[in-house]
Write a protein that binds this ligand. Structure first.
Ligand SMILES: [Zn+2]
Length: 145
């Protein structure tokens, strides 16, 4: 028996057409990532309550702190279009298993959707389903101000 912990097998989740489209859009926009420093390209696609989809990719900067993640760019694009109600967010990285959003993005997502459904994916077809509530418990919000 191996001493190393068994890596949990990734389930190739069955997707409805809406989730499949959201993942496809996240993978597609990932190709536009500007990530010359980290080489860690990320794409994100958020579905709004009215069915519209907004996308974002990470945009890095030589002044590293000016970098903006794909998730925040997708949320900002939706908000700029007047959308505030979100149903799901797909996040595409090359990682296996797919990477989860950073802490800053979790906080930004929580501003609008404290328990947003998240689909973490990669180009290999791996998909992890989770929710913001699971990734960010005890959220700080406007109710705390
Ligand atoms: Zn982030």
């Amino acid at each position: 028996m191996s001493k190393r912990p068994q890596r949990r097998k990734m389930r190739r989740a069955r997707l409805n057409a809406g989730d499949a489209e959201l993942i496809r859009r996240a993978l597609e926009v990932r190709r536009n990532a500007h990530a010359p420093y980290s080489r860690f390209a990320v794409g994100a696609a958020v579905r709004c309550a009215d069915g519209t989809i907004f996308t974002g990719c990470n945009v890095e900067n030589a002044s590293y702190g000016a970098t903006v993640c794909a998730e925040r760019n997708a949320i900002a694009a939706a908000v700029a279009a007047g959308k505030r109600d979100f149903l799901a967010l797909a996040i595409a990285t090359v990682n296996a298993p797919p990477a989860a959003p950073c802490g800053l993005c979790r906080q930004v997502i929580s501003e609008f959707s404290p328990d947003l459904r998240l689909l973490l994916c990669n180009p290999r077809g791996d998909i992890m389903r989770t929710s913001l509530g699971r990734l960010l418990p005890l959220q700080f919000s406007r109710r705390d101000l």
